[in-house]
Design a protein around this ligand. Structure first.
Ligand SMILES: [Zn+2]
Length: 532
């Protein structure tokens, strides 16, 4: 028995080039069986739903995301604008969080960036002790490589003035040699190793619970860009989360060293029709712009010697590429700086062709591609997956490390699209210094306005239209991530769509980033309704 739902009176942006606008659609067993103009609609029996003239878009797909980390950090304090703009704010918010939590649990926060704090400095143990003396506090900087902790956390980790810096790490000290509470790189592990380990149940529970937050943002397709095998396999975690009620369709990208540990004999692991599947292998070619570790050319401002770091080799890229080819999946390579991007594109120039009708190689972030790199990526079918929210939220570190002109030319989305490169938008949440890091409207607004959160111009020449921006978060994201039959509202596709209160294609461009979703549907079923 088939069951129909008939949606009428909508302003439906389909993201389908053949049939861009519609106002009615018929959903049969979760899929679109007809879509078009109401006057042409065939007569069928079913439940009728009036969309009341509201704007409908395909639901969003976040092509580069860290859902598990996001779900876990959502329980922590976001030390970011707009909520936190000073150390003083941070202390007050930590006090509040302490009152809400059970009295002996660790207090955690994430996302601070001293460049965004009124005091203009990194929070230290004296600051954090004002929020709590008897319970450990651990704040992770936005780059995730630096921690600020209170005296209690130092005590639990056994860090004193006599503790030597561990290899590859640094314990910041004051003029008397006492630790300040700021722990860099591997020094952070001294504290992290003492923190309570989360169980499979806790991880699954956090993800399943976070599913509703994704739905409220209109996100129904997600990627896990740092899947691990150890200590708990991510496939197992996500499968269990789906069983526990997580609604999103999930594509996993495994870290290359972890991928090599997997038992890959079961073809169902790669079956894109499943709710969770392995979509690719992830590698890193460099670090970040905010941490001055992206492999750039020319060097970072203020240090002619520092052109960042290279974190892979041509040989390793080719080896991972061979494995991806063998299993019919993608290779996704993190590359922000000019040299890192060149390395990936030169390695796979005209040989990234093992998948049919989809990009075999994805360059993640692609912050500083040269004209030559763009040309060669276009000739090779290599896709770029970028995050418009980065430049919007982290403008201070871009300006400090790259200077104004070079910052404006990062993420040259318009040029890249004009060359015919496949581009997908995403958030990389929670690796973004923004309080609401996964919000697609913030990214859409940033791509359309090319203005930072403080209103400064971040390269108007690279602004794109709202229609294109929506496509990059829906149809084009699907084409890169390859979750089947989503991202477009077209015949045979899953009826995954969102209903907006205001028409995003008509509103003032400045209002895009504050838009919200009223309803989210998956397979024609309402899975989210905004509370009034
Ligand atoms: Zn990432």
């Amino acid at each position: 028995m088939s069951f129909n739902r008939i949606f009428t009176n909508g302003k439906i942006f389909t993201a389908d080039r053949e049939n861009r606008e519609a106002n009615a659609m018929i959903i049969c067993n979760g899929k679109i069986s007809w879509i078009g103009k109401e006057e042409d609609m065939p007569s069928v029996v079913g439940e009728k739903i009036d969309l009341q003239g509201r704007r409908v878009l395909p639901a969003f797909i976040d092509a580069h995301l860290h859902p598990l980390m996001l779900a876990e950090t959502s329980k922590q304090l976001a030390c970011t604008p707009p909520g936190v703009t000073s150390i003083e704010d941070m202390v007050q918010a930590l006090k509040k969080l302490r009152e809400e939590q059970s009295p002996d649990s660790w207090i955690e926060g994430w996302g601070y960036d001293e460049g965004k704090l009124e005091e203009g400095r990194t929070p230290n143990r004296h600051d954090l002790d004002q929020a709590a003396k008897n319970v450990p506090i651990v704040l992770t900087r936005t780059c995730t490589h630096i921690l600020s902790v209170n005296s209690k956390a130092l005590e639990i980790a056994g860090i004193t003035k006599h503790t030597p810096d561990p290899p590859g790490g640094k314990i910041d000290r004051d003029e008397y040699g006492e630790p300040t509470g700021v722990l860099r790189e591997s020094a952070g592990d001294l504290v992290k190793n003492k923190m309570p380990v989360k169980s499979l149940e806790e991880k699954v529970g956090a993800l399943a619970e976070y599913s509703d937050t994704f739905l409220a943002q209109g996100i129904t397709g997600i990627t896990e860009m740092m899947a691990d095998h150890r200590p708990i396999d991510y496939f197992e975690i996500y499968k269990a989360a789906v069983e526990k009620g997580m609604k999103q369709r999930v594509a996993l990208y495994y870290n290359w060293d972890e991928f090599q540990q997997l038992d890959l004999n079961d073809p169902a692991l790669f079956d894109r029709k499943q709710s969770v599947y392995i979509a690719g292998i992830k590698l890193f070619a460099d670090g970040s712009i905010s941490g001055q570790t992206a492999w750039v050319h020319p060097a970072f401002i203020g240090d002619d010697e520092n052109a960042g770091i290279s974190t892979t080799s041509r040989e390793e890229l080719l080896e991972a590429g061979e494995a991806a080819k063998k299993y019919g999946i993608q290779l996704a390579v993190h590359a922000m700086g000019e040299q890192a991007i060149d390395q990936v594109i030169d390695t796979f120039y005209k040989r990234a062709d093992w998948l049919e009708g989809a990009p075999s190689v994805r360059v993640e972030h692609a912050s500083l591609p040269t004209v030559r790199a763009i040309q060669r990526a276009a000739e090779s079918g290599i896709a770029f997956v970028t995050q418009p929210i980065f430049l919007f939220a982290e403008i201070e570190s871009y300006l400090n490390n790259l200077g104004e002109e070079r910052s404006r030319n990062t993420y040259p989305v318009k040029n890249i699209l004009e060359k015919g490169i496949q581009v997908a938008f995403s958030s990389d949440a929670p690796a973004t210094a923004w309080g609401d890091p996964v919000n697609p409207f913030v990214g859409l607004g940033a791509a359309v306005n090319r203005k930072a959160y403080d209103g400064s111009d971040i390269g108007q020449e690279q602004a794109i239209s709202i229609e294109t921006a929506v496509e990059l978060y829906t149809k084009a994201a699907q084409e890169v991530v390859r979750i089947p039959f989503v991202g477009r509202l077209a015949l045979g596709f899953h009826a995954d769509f969102i209903v907006l209160e205001k028409d995003i294609l008509q509103v003032d461009k400045a209002d895009i980033s504050s838009m919200t979703v009223e309803e989210t549907y998956m397979g024609g079923e309402k899975v989210y309704q905004k509370k009034v």
